[in-house]
Write a protein that binds this ligand. Structure first.
Ligand code: FAD
Length: 294
């Protein structure tokens, strides 16, 4: 079922993400984690696409399994940067054949060794090019796109970033999912601005539970997200104690989600990083809220 149709039937939607293995030797552990997260019956599960398409085979395989074996709707990610037309067209066809209904259309990060090369001749320079390719293929996917409450690092400013986002939505995005953020006010401010710019599609808030101190540095590097003092204090205090940090990180994420739901954000996607216990605890923490879901 298409995610936009699911969202219309739900008061609140809570969903989880898994990432595919880079190598076949850890595939079984990812499969187990996927099955355990699917057993929580989230509204949907997303499956990321490895940078440069390295794990593409697994993305499709896992997304298909989530739907067919576990009875949970899936969202398969697809990136296009530095890919050939043939590869991207073949992936779209594979997704179609596998019965995938929901696709997250992304540009992908520019591989480090290609950052300074001339990209003018590339078939796909932005996510909007992939969305156009999907539309041209005739595939009837529900298409998601990424958005950045704190501005994409390559954008000059937020005004330009939102103008590009509007073009992406106009090209055929049915919904948007945000980059992780740790201060809800940044999201509320962003939502106000995009609505003002005429972007009306549903926005899913992406929440990353930080469950160990090392993850903080990685998350900031990856997303450039602002860390509120309240969160820094938690890491300073509990970062050296893995179990305490995990509990505090899950509590912080839960608190963020409750605040989002209370303020009218209805769709939240948890970057659960193949951790069923984290997904389960967050879901339990919200059971009375998401239980009242009609
Ligand atoms: P775009 O929408 O193309 O935007 C990238 C930059 O280009 C922005 O600065 C934008 O303002 C600008 N821009 C857009 N269109 C134009 C235009 N026509 N002309 C000039 N500038 C333009 N990466 C993966 O490798 N695999 C994943 O599975 C994955 N999942 C993600 C899920 C989410 C929810 C998010 C937020 C990110 C994800 N990423 C993933 C990371 C993503 O690939 C990177 O953030 C990447 O740098 C940008 O991708 P995008 O689709 O947002 O690009």
């Amino acid at each position: 079922m298409k995610l936009i149709d699911i969202f219309q039937q739900r008061k609140y939607s809570l969903s989880f993400e898994v990432f595919p293995p880079k190598t076949s030797d850890v595939y079984d552990s990812v499969k187990t984690a996927t099955e355990q997260i699917a057993a929580l019956k989230p509204v949907f599960m997303s499956v990321t696409y490895g940078a440069g398409g390295g794990t593409s085979r697994y993305t499709l395989d896992i997304a298909k399994r989530i739907r067919e074996e576990f009875g949970v709707e899936s969202l398969a990610h697809l990136t296009c940067v530095s890919s050939t037309k043939e590869t991207v067209k073949a992936r779209i066809e594979d997704f179609k054949q596998a019965g995938i209904e929901n696709v997250m259309a992304l540009r992908g990060d520019i591989p480090t060794d290609l950052q300074n090369v001339d990209r003018s001749g590339w078939c796909y320079r932005h996510a909007v090019d992939l969305i156009a390719e999907i539309k041209e293929s005739g595939a009837d996917f529900c298409i998601g796109g990424a958005c950045y409450p704190e501005v994409h690092p390559e954008s000059r400013d937020q005004k330009e970033d939102i103008a590009r986002l509007k073009e992406k939505v106009d090209a055929g995005c049915d919904f948007l999912t945000t980059q992780m953020f740790f201060d809800n006010n940044l999201l509320y401010n962003f939502l106000y601005k995009i609505r003002e710019a005429g972007i009306t599609v549903p926005v899913i808030a992406g929440i990353m539970p930080i469950t160990n101190a090392k993850q903080v540095e990685r998350a900031i590097k990856l997303s450039g997200s602002f860390m509120p003092q309240r969160f820094k204090t938690i890491v300073d205090r509990f970062g050296g104690d893995p179990l305490a940090m995990k509990q505090a990180g899950i509590a912080y994420a839960t608190d963020q989600i409750i605040d989002l739901f209370a303020n009218g954000v209805t769709n939240v996607h948890v970057y659960s990083m193949n951790k069923p216990d984290v997904a389960e605890t967050i879901q339990k923490n919200l059971s009375q809220i998401i239980g009242k879901n009609s």
